[in-house]
Design a protein. Sequence first.
Length: 416
Amino acid sequence: MAAFVFRAVDSTGAPQRGVIEAASETAARGLLRDQKLLPLSVKATSASATASTPLLASVGRGFSFDRIFKPKMNARALATVTRQLATLIGSDVRIEEALRLVAQQNTANAAGPMLLDVRSVILDGRSFASALSEHPVVFPEFYRASIAAGEHSGRLPEVLDHLADFVESRQRNQQKIQLALLYPTLLALLSVALMVLLLIYVVPNIVKVFVSRGAELPFLTRGLIAVSSLVQNHGWIILLLVVGFGWLVRRWLRSEENRLALDRFFATRKPFSRFSRQINAARFSGSLATLVQSDVALLDAVAAAAAVTPNRYIRSRALLVASRVREGASLSQAMREADAFPEMLIAIVASGESSGRLGRSLRKAADDLEREVEALAATLVAMVEPAVLLFMGGVVLLMVLAILLPIMSLNSLARL
């Protein structure tokens, strides 16, 4: 069975849309007609289309308009879906039925078709965790590892609850930072737009007045006139240079070696190193706590938690931790040798290992690190707004002085 997204109208002409499962597109249209719906469009969801046309899927991986405009499942939707699945599976509902019910509740976004894709794979005989691997971007490695452990241990509802808490917490922290940075970003954009308008429309008219009076212009005014002329006559070239520079930077960052070098810089150079290490340690310990509390084997848990660590340099150090644990070293000893994690985290891990409560200790450490990251982020964001105000205010002040200085000199000449 495959999943199909459809648009149709009922007998009254009212539009209907949703997701339906069928063996083929023709069968899906037949099912819609059986429900007294007139199908307008029936399209296979991404996983179904890939499975049915593997050659076209492999050829089209380079570029596709569907990839650009296809809706994505964000962190909030993922947390909601996870919580719904936990409730249903905890009520002894079968996984296939739970996925179908949750998909029906999310037909308006990307979650519905995606969950039906997962359900189709499960009906083909694969496990829940294996079915989730069809969408690795939405369901990261630690998520799939937790689901696999929950299936093996019979504690899938508890694992889903842990995952929902973790995803919700991560999404909430990201949203706080984004909202806090919104005002400074808008302020900077509006200030730049205002300065460009002044340089294009206001400064040239004022220059005409100065030139007609034959006034000797100060250095600051001549510099402003030069910048105005450059923006007015070659603005499109500047814009192309900026866009080209952005494209080159993006292309440069596609190289794994370059990304690793950049991440190493942020992880080892002050003043960035403290914030970078704290936020990556919080992500690593939070993921590891979720996996350990879900009864995942420690070696697999460390490898999965390392895989979702954002900074590539710290990720490589975390993978060394997994290698040392495989060789027989304790987790705290391996983390100390990696030299990439805060001492507080290592001490709490050592305490958890000695007491036999590693999962609980990791959760406490993750919560403490999250609070520290929130405090650091709040401090940095609080510094961004006045910095933007001071910089933009200074630029506007220079422009005003460049305009006022010749006017003041003209007034002085008039008195003489």
